[in-house]
Write a protein that binds this ligand. Structure first.
Ligand SMILES: [Zn+2]
Length: 302
């Protein structure tokens, strides 16, 4: 029962626009559906299935995910064996009922879905940020020596790491109790790895957060709204905004606590905890671990 409840909580966090919590994103087990596409693939670890024409991108994404798996095997003893499906819109629509480009993970067989092209909903929304970019943020991107489009695309790689992070939340033994905290922790795994191994990418993430927060806030901004609407009805723009404010707090905590934060969280939110834990209790526990969580949440408007 405990495991079942936990999987449902995870699933809510993972399936971004699901009609119901329990409905899978694939018509059959995702790995079987992806294999039935008969695409070329790169072998495990991190077996990567890719649509025709995307071998280079697949090789790059696989390399980053393999590096992250090694990092977490060495540092926290984790090993999850994620697979990646890097798909164009036509292949995506044959196996995944989420909107094209809304990254998602099948928790049962650990298949992460990423869009291979720029017309996925999340990448398109990130590309749109260029129109309203301030000179300050533009200068930060230029300083890293990449174009805005490359910058936006690099965030898709970060999302791949975030999906891997979802498998770690479960396999490390954390019960996040809230969808927002599940998203936060998945990003924490992604950011802490990048901060240690790819500091330039970590800086680019912070520039992306700034770019997002320069824009007017979306319809939903509170953690309460996130719990209510995430996984049911939320625009890509609104999802990106929430992921930006989660990542902003991730960066702030990760800078002072590093991987030690994850160990403390595992003790405070054990997967075996069977009773449902209220939103207020989640924040109370986090406030004790890292003072400032309550103020951060209050700024969103509870
Ligand atoms: Zn997520």
């Amino acid at each position: 029962m405990i495991v079942r409840r936990y999987l449902q909580v995870s699933w809510l966090g993972l399936s971004l626009v699901a009609p119901t919590v329990a409905q899978s994103q694939c018509p059959e087990p995702c790995l079987i559906a992806v294999r039935a596409l008969k695409l070329d693939s790169l072998p495990a670890p991190v077996q990567t299935y890719y649509s025709a024409g995307f071998q280079i991108r697949a090789t790059q994404d696989q390399a980053l995910l393999r590096e992250a798996e090694r990092f977490y095997a060495d540092s926290l003893g984790l090993g999850t064996g994620i697979s990646l499906a890097l798909l164009n819109a036509a292949d995506w629509k044959r196996v995944n009922n989420r909107p094209y480009g809304l990254p998602n993970l099948s928790i049962s067989d650990r298949v992460a879905f990423l869009s291979a092209t720029d017309d996925g909903v999340i990448t398109m929304d990130l590309l749109r940020l260029e129109a309203t970019l301030s000179d300050t943020v533009r200068a930060k991107v230029v300083r890293e020596g990449i174009s805005f489009a490359e910058f936006a695309r690099s965030m898709t790689d970060v999302i791949g790491l975030h999906e891997l992070g979802h498998t770690y939340v479960a396999s490390y033994g954390i019960n996040p109790h809230a969808s927002w905290f599940n998203e936060f922790l998945s990003s924490y795994f992604a950011f802490a790895f990048l901060q240690s191994t790819h500091p330039r990418q970590a800086r680019l993430i912070e520039a992306m957060i700034e770019a997002r927060l320069e824009r007017p806030p979306p319809a939903h901004t509170s953690l309460k709204d996130f719990e209510q609407f995430y996984g049911k009805a939320m625009s890509p723009d609104n999802i990106n905004w929430y992921q930006a404010i989660f990542m902003q707090q991730v960066a702030e905590v990760s800078r002072s606590k590093g991987l030690g934060f994850l160990q403390t969280v595992r003790d405070a939110f054990p997967v075996a905890e069977s009773d449902s834990v209220s939103a207020g209790t989640v924040l109370e526990r986090l406030e004790r671990i890292h003072p400032g969580f309550r103020a951060w949440a209050d700024r969103r408007g509870q």
